[in-house]
Design a protein around this ligand. Sequence first.
Ligand SMILES: [Zn+2]
Length: 267
Amino acid sequence: MKFLLLVLLVLYNNALIRLLDSALAVDRLTPYTWESDAFRSLKLGKWLASQDTVDCEELASWMTESDFDLTDWRGSRFSLKLSSEHPAQFRKLAAAYRMLFEDLRYFPVPLSRSLDVPDVTYEDTWLQKRTYGGERGHEGCDLMGNKRPRGTYPVVSMTDGVVERVGWLEQGGWRIGIRSPSGVYFYYAHLSGYDREWQEGDPVRAGELLGYMGDSGYGKLEGTTGNFEVHLHVGIYLKTDHYEELSVNPYWLLRYLEKSRLSYWYE
Ligand SMILES: [Zn+2]
């Protein structure tokens, strides 16, 4: 009996703490929460990445309740209806998630139908130290080409959109940047080359071949290669109230897109 009472007390306390946590979290919501480091790290976690679709209002509620970290989330905790508590702030946060998810269609590197080609690998390296061009945090995610020569792995557009910038960048090498319909900027860097002579303003369809994975960049001279391993750097940038280009962590969005992969013949 005593044991049962103890269990009930613990459960009751947990629920109470959770409720208080949620209430405090809601009060911390501002119209600019989507510009915070916590939002930008996009810690969606495995459970969310495994879903076929994402309800962005739900996601905004869960994130707010969980201090923007769903890494250990199982998708079963109760959720407050935050939308009615602070409607304007909440709507803005949910809209930011919607912007990010709405246009996502394909994982940027198709699978090879040839068994000889190992699949790309990648880790969450958000804001890890990088030193070329001055010390900075890594604002993107690197899909590693696993020792295959430059030009092996195709790179396709994750979204529909329009080519906004294309050509050489000292840091990014041969890069292409695509603005999706909801306004998010998708940046693909270090290519070995392009599939065609893309021009700024060209329309792009999701899944369309952009170019090939390479190791270009990190050199003042146009066309510099070989300063690091062959990989694709994916960057995702939002235009917010205060920032023209605010990077967010692509890692979990890529994990989410693993379900939507094209497969190509390439070796
Ligand atoms: Zn990178």
